[in-house]
Ligand binder design. Structure first.
Ligand code: NDP
Length: 485
C-alpha cells in the first residue's frame, strides 16, 4: 500500500505538468486559429453565412438573427429549396394544409423580420481551411465569414440512360409541379416508387390523360397512405418490376421510352409524352468536398448529436447531412440546432454585440442591392399598352410561383431593371393568373407559344425578337440586355 502511495505521489507532478502544457497549448491554438481582434480590421466579414434557403437554411436564419447575430442567407440555385417544387404539405405541425411555396415564403419573411439578409446569389467557392473562411459568389462578391451553416440540400438523381440528357426539359423532368400543366391530355410515366413519385401522381393526374408509375421492385417504398391515394385516381396506374432503359423522341420532344421488365426479362417500346424522375437525391457537397469530412455517400459527418461538422465553425443542417429522415420539418429542426451551435461557437471565440456592430459597418455598403419593383401585367389591354404598342425594347418575364428557376430570376430581373431603367422596360406576368388573358392572347393572336417557364420575351417596337429560357445571374442578364440597347 505504502509503495502504491509513493508511486502515485511520484506520478502526480508529471500528470499536472502535462495537463498544464496541454491546456496552455490548446488555448494558444484556439486563440491563434480564431483571433477575432485581428479579424475586426478586415473589410467584408460576416458573422454567420448560411448557404441555402430551404427549410434548414431559413430556420437557422430565424434563430441566428433572433439571437442578435447578423446573418446572410445565400439563396443559391433553388431559392427557398425543394419545398417550392411540391404542392400541399400536410405534415408540417400546426399547419393542416399549406402550399410548399407559401410556407417557405412565410419562413423567409420571419427570418428577414429579425434582421437576416437574403442574397439572391450563389456561392461558387468556399475555403474553410483557413479562418475566417473565404467566400466567392457567382456574381463576383468576395468576403469572409466567421462561421458557416451549410444548408445546400440535395439534388434529384437522374437515371443516366440514353436520351435522358438530350430530352431534358423537352419531356424529361424532375419537377412535376413546374411542368404538370404542360402535359394536359398527354400520357406520362413516373420513374420511382417512393413518396416523391406518389406526390408526382397527385400533381400530374389532374392534367394528364394517363399517368403510370414504373416501380423497379415488386413493391412501392411510398407510405401506405400515399399508395392508397395514388390508386384513387382513375387515370393513374402502377406497374412493378419495370425500369426505363432509354428515352427517345423527334428531336424536339419526347415521344417514347424503352421499358425493361426485370421479372420477365423482356424489353418493350412505348409511346409516351413525358418522363418524370423521382428516384432519390444526392447531397450537394461540391463546395466542401476535400475540406469537410463526409461519409461514404457524401453526406457531411456530424459531431455526436450536434450540427457541428468536424471543421470548427462549419455547421450543417438538412439534406446535406441527412440521408435518412429527409423531411422538411426535420431539416427545419436541424437548422435551429445548427443556429444554436453556431451562436455558441461565436460566443466561444469572444464574439459580442460590439464586434458585430463594427463588422456590420464594414460590410453593408459593398452589399447594397438596388432593385426596382417590376410592374406585373394581368389584362389583355395592358399587354397592348405596355408591350405590343410600345416603342423601344421591352422585356416580358413569364413566371410561376411554383417554379424555382422563375423565383430565382425575379430578383435578378428587378436588379437589372433598376440598372437599365433609362433604356429598357421590364414587366412580369404570373403564368397562373394570365392563362385566359395575356397567355391566351399571345398564343392565339400573335402565335407566341410559351411552353416552358421561365420565359423572358424580348420585344422591340412591339415585335417579338426572341424568347430566353436561361437562368441567368445579374452579370449574364446585364450582358444580355446590352445586346438590345
Ligand atoms: P426514396 O429514396 O424514398 O425513393 C426512391 C424511389 O426511387 C424508390 O422507389 C427507389 O426504388 C427508386 N429508385 C432509386 N433509384 C432508381 C433507379 N436508378 N431506377 C429506378 N428506380 C429507382 O426517395 P423519395 O424522393 O421518394 O423520398 C425521399 C424522402 O423524402 C423520403 O424519406 C420520403 O418519405 C420523403 N418525402 C416525403 C413526402 C411527404 O411526406 N409528403 C413527399 C416526398 C418525399 P427502390 O425502392 O428499389 O430503392
Amino acid at each position: 500500500m505504502v509503495r502504491y502511495i509513493k508511486q502515485v505521489l511520484l506520478i502526480l507532478p508529471i500528470v499536472f505538468l502535462v495537463a498544464c502544457f496541454k491546456d496552455e497549448h490548446s488555448v494558444s491554438v484556439a486563440e491563434k486559429k480564431h483571433n477575432l481582434q485581428e479579424v475586426i480590421h478586415y473589410e467584408n466579414v460576416v458573422p454567420v453565412v448560411i448557404i441555402g434557403s430551404g427549410p434548414a437554411g431559413l430556420s437557422a436564419a430565424v434563430y441566428v438573427s433572433r439571437a442578435g447575430m447578423k446573418s446572410f442567407v445565400f439563396a443559391g440555385p433553388t431559392p427557398r429549396g425543394q419545398l417550392t417544387q411540391t404542392t400541399y404539405i400536410e405534415n408540417w405541425p400546426g399547419r393542416e394544409k399549406v402550399l410548399g411555396a407559401h410556407l417557405m415564403s412565410d419562413i423567409e419573411k420571419q427570418a428577414v423580420s429579425f434582421g437576416t439578409t437574403i442574397i439572391n446569389d450563389t456561392i461558387t467557392k468556399l475555403d474553410v481551411k483557413n479562418w475566417p473562411f473565404s467566400i466567392t459568389t457567382e456574381e463576383g462578391r468576395s468576403f469572409k465569414a466567421l462561421s458557416v451553416i451549410l444548408a445546400t440540400g440535395a439534388t434529384p438523381k437522374t437515371l443516366q440512360i440514353p436520351g435522358e440528357r438530350q430530352y431534358w426539359g423537352k419531356g424529361v423532368t424532375t419537377c412535376a409541379v413546374c411542368d404538370a400543366p404542360f402535359f394536359e391530355g398527354k400520357e406520362v410515366v413516373i420513374s420511382g416508387g417512393g413518396d416523391s413519385a406518389a406526390e408526382m401522381v397527385f400533381e400530374l393526374a389532374p392534367y394528364a390523360k394517363k399517368v403510370t408509375m414504373l416501380v423497379r421492385k415488386d413493391h412501392m417504398k411510398a407510405a401506405v397512405a400515399m399508395q392508397e391515394r395514388v390508386l384513387n385516381y382513375p387515370n393513374a396506374q402502377v406497374e412493378y418490376n419495370k425500369e426505363i432503359k432509354e428515352v427517345y423522341g423527334n428531336g424536339e420532344n419526347v415521344t417514347g421510352i424503352e421499358v425493361y421488365d426485370n421479372k420477365l426479362d423482356m424489353t418493350e417500346k412505348r409511346n409516351i409524352d413525358g418522363v418524370f424522375l423521382a428516384i432519390g437525391h444526392t447531397p450537394n457537397n461540391k463546395l466542401i468536398k476535400e475540406q469537410v469530412p463526409l461519409d461514404d455517400m457524401g453526406y457531411v459527418k456530424m459531431q455526436g448529436r450536434s450540427q457541428e461538422s468536424f471543421v470548427p465553425g462549419v455547421f450543417a443542417a438538412g439534406e446535406i447531412q441527412d440521408p435518412s429522415y429527409r423531411q422538411a420539418i426535420v431539416a427545419a429542426g436541424e437548422g435551429v440546432k445548427a443556429a444554436l451551435d453556431t451562436t455558441s461557437f461565436l460566443y466561444s471565440i469572444g464574439f459580442d454585440v460590439q464586434i458585430g456592430k463594427k463588422l456590420d459597418k464594414q460590410f453593408f455598403e459593398t452589399f447594397s442591392d438596388d432593385k426596382i419593383e417590376v410592374r406585373e401585367l394581368y389584362e389583355r389591354k395592358e399587354l397592348y399598352e405596355y408591350v405590343i404598342d410600345q416603342k423601344g425594347v421591352v422585356f416580358l418575364d413569364f413566371y410561376a410561383t411554383t417554379c424555382p428557376a422563375c423565383i430565382k430570376m425575379i430578383p435578378v430581373i428587378e436588379s437589372v431593371a433598376h440598372k437599365y431603367q433609362d433604356s429598357v422596360k421590364f414587366y412580369k406576368v404570373n403564368y397562373d393568373k394570365v392563362f385566359k388573358t395575356i397567355f391566351s392572347e399571345l398564343w392565339h393572336k400573335h402565335n407566341i407559344k410559351i411552353k416552358k417557364l421561365p420565359a423572358l420575351l424580348v420585344f422591340k417596337d412591339g415585335k417579338l425578337l426572341e424568347i430566353n429560357r436561361n437562368i441567368m445571374s445579374r452579370k449574364e442578364l446585364s450582358k444580355y440586355v446590352q445586346k438590345f440597347i
